[in-house]
Design a protein around this ligand. Structure first.
Ligand code: NAD
Length: 260
């Protein structure tokens, strides 16, 4: 499906991003992994994917909160592969606290990683996509790009921003063979969600079991977590030729959450 194409998936050393990188590689894309991880583990992951799927795999540990690091990563990707054909902006962090107690540094970090990083990768990837007349940009937003939850002011703000950015860029490149979409997962049981359970319990004054039952899964009419594989499958579809007419879309994959 993606043979000869190069994919860059930010935040792909864990959770949803890793699932997307695996799926793209399994369908023939060369993949640039990004995210934090111990050097030995990253080298093993890179080799595992390259051998399993017979594609080229690179790892770039650029910190998505730093525009200079993003520029260096994109420069290296473009000089090696010529074009990042499939760009998946996925890196993200979360912090849960009431707005009047929200740590200022966390606010800026969430906006930088969850929102501004995608601006930088996009602006740097587009010239080569335009030259080729092909490109796919998928921004991993969240159900929180469509609705809010208390105690997540920075995250909800950033993800709503991602939805607006997605639509704007989609309009700018609509005639050039480039699509730009946002995927909006509900709760997926990854480290990002596991780590927020204790803070949510504290903020709401309830137990961690109650957070899973009465906060996380209560949001989703299916009462099931969304899986990494489901998000990866939707993302891969958006990268295909069949999805050429889907652009500027902000697509929920959240077990019916936003139908409420
Ligand atoms: P995760 O914590 O499992 O993975 C996050 C990835 O981002 C990791 O690879 C991590 O190293 C990387 N990362 C974090 N900070 C970074 C930085 N400064 N620079 C580079 N990489 C960085 O989380 P996840 O649940 O897989 O989340 C992935 C994306 O999906 C995020 O944008 C998140 O907001 C979104 N999302 C997650 C859920 C969910 O329920 N898990 C729901 C909706 C949306």
């Amino acid at each position: 499906m993606f043979i000869g194409k190069t994919a860059l998936v930010t935040g792909s050393t864990s959770g949803i991003g890793l699932g997307i990188a695996r799926s793209l590689a399994a369908q023939g894309a060369n993949v640039i992994l990004n995210g934090f991880g111990e050097a030995g583990a990253m080298a093993r992951l890179k080799d595992e994917l390259a051998e399993l799927y017979d594609v080229q795999v690179r790892y770039d540990g650029a910190d998505m909160s730093r525009p200079d690091a993003i520029e260096a990563m994109m420069g290296a990707a473009l000089s090696e592969f010529g074009c990042v054909d499939l760009l998946v902006n996925n890196a993200g962090i979360q912090h849960v606290a009431p707005v009047d107690a929200f740590p200022v540094d966390k606010w800026y970090a969430i906006l930088a990683i969850n929102l501004s990083a995608g601006f930088h990768t996009t602006r740097l990837a587009l010239p080569a996509m335009k030259k080729k007349g092909f490109g796919r940009i998928v921004n991993i937003a969240s159900a929180h790009a469509l609705v809010a939850s208390p105690y997540k002011s920075a995250y909800v703000t950033a993800k709503h921003g991602v939805a607006g950015f997605t639509k704007t860029v989609a309009l700018e490149v609509a005639e050039l063979g480039i699509t730009v979409n946002a995927v909006c997962p509900g709760y997926v049981l990854t480290p990002l969600v596991e780590l927020q359970i204790p803070d949510t319990a504290k903020a709401r004054g309830i137990s961690q079991d109650e957070v899973i039952r009465n906060v996380l899964l209560a949001a989703q009419p299916t009462r099931k977590f969304v899986t990494v594989e489901q998000v990866a499958a939707l993302t891969c579809f958006l990268c295909t030729d069949d999805a050429a007419s889907i652009t500027g879309a902000v697509l929920p994959i959240e077990g019916g959450w936003t139908a409420h």
